[in-house]
Design a protein around this ligand. Structure first.
Ligand SMILES: NC(=O)c1ccc[n+]([C@@H]2O[C@H](COP(=O)([O-])OP(=O)(O)OC[C@H]3O[C@@H](n4cnc5c(N)ncnc54)[C@H](OP(=O)(O)O)[C@@H]3O)[C@@H](O)[C@H]2O)c1
Length: 279
């Protein structure tokens, strides 16, 4: 049996086992299996060494371990730039981060123009770091708004030091309303189930007309922010494709087999459709 999996805490809610096992089944890879493993932070080292010693090929890493795990693996250039590892290959002990490429691949799959376009990022956590890294690498002009401005400034400084990313502005939401962005990316958790009536774009501010909104939140499938974009003549894309595509990169890394993206996306859509309208 060839085993892979995800470590996190908690991890029971993770959709990754369903997505990867659906891919293995669709390709007849019956000797592969993907598990979810709940690892409390105080035994993180064990949570890494035990699967490795038991023959796992690799693992995904999710909250709260993505940063702490870096001391136990060899982070590659992307992981070092973003400051977090979400995928490990035990054969090389290299840790990488597939979020930025998963995000950019999904934007490209939706034909969203990137090079030379203005992109506004809402948020300054791990997802925002991946988005800023990916978008600047793709040639976009990037600005950030975050509730805690100091955290946004820190993100900009860190990405400059770790990856030589320059020219990223930190704005207030009021200033961003006049910034003329083509793309708005929600990298906050605002709007996530069960608070799905909330939006990171304050309703007191005019909503920019005709822009593309990418909401990394994928529960619910259509967020309040996505509805605001549609109501103002814009386009709205939810975060499920990013989830599938970051997983697809890990799948190919471990197996060497081209990932069945449609199967992975279909498994995710099926799982979320089974939840409540809000979920
Ligand atoms: N689609 C995908 O594949 C994918 C991948 C990664 C993440 N995500 C999603 O992206 C979101 C962020 O993830 P993360 O790992 O970056 O989380 P994180 O590191 O905890 O960062 C959370 C961000 O949300 C902001 N925030 C939280 N509550 C807020 C509120 N009430 N008002 C304004 N801002 C608020 C925080 O602002 P402060 O700094 O002011 O606290 C921070 O910028 C989550 O919903 C996650 O599920 C999706």
């Amino acid at each position: 049996m060839k085993r892979v999996g995800v470590i996190g805490f908690p991890v029971a809610h993770s959709l990754s086992p369903l997505m990867h096992n659906a891919a293995f089944a669709a390709l007849g890879m019956s000797d592969w299996h993907y598990d979810a493993m709940a690892i409390p932070p105080d035994i993180l080292r064990l949570g890494l060494s035990e699967p490795k010693n038991h023959g796992y090929i690799g693992i995904n890493v999710t909250v709260p371990h993505k940063e702490a795990i870096m001391q136990f693996v060899r982070p590659d250039e992307k992981a070092r730039a973003i400051g977090a590892v979400n995928t490990v290959d035990f054969r090389s002990n290299i840790g990488t981060n597939t979020d930025a490429d998963g995000f950019i691949n999904d934007l490209r799959a939706h034909d969203v123009p990137l090079a030379g376009s203005r992109a506004l990022i809402l948020g300054a956590g791990g997802a925002a770091r991946a988005a800023v890294y990916g978008l600047t690498r793709a040639g976009a002009e990037v600005a950030i708004v975050n509730r805690t401005a100091a955290r946004a400034l820190n993100l900009v400084q860190r990405l400059s030091a770790s990856a030589g990313v320059e020219g990223v502005q930190v704005l207030t939401l009021e200033a961003a309303a006049d910034w003329n962005m083509a793309l708005l990316v929600n990298c906050t958790s605002v709007g996530l189930h069960p608070h799905s009536e909330r939006t990171p774009w304050a309703r007191r501010l005019p909503f920019p007309a005709g822009i593309t909104v990418y909401d990394m939140v994928y529960r619910p499938a259509t967020t309040a922010l996505m509805r605001q974009a549609a109501a103002h003549g814009g386009r709205a894309i939810g975060g499920l494709g990013m989830l599938a595509r970051q997983g697809a990169i890990a799948f190919e890394l471990w197996t060497g087999v081209p990932p069945p993206i449609d199967v992975m996306l279909g498994a995710l859509r099926g799982a979320l459709a089974g939840e409540t309208e809000d979920g």
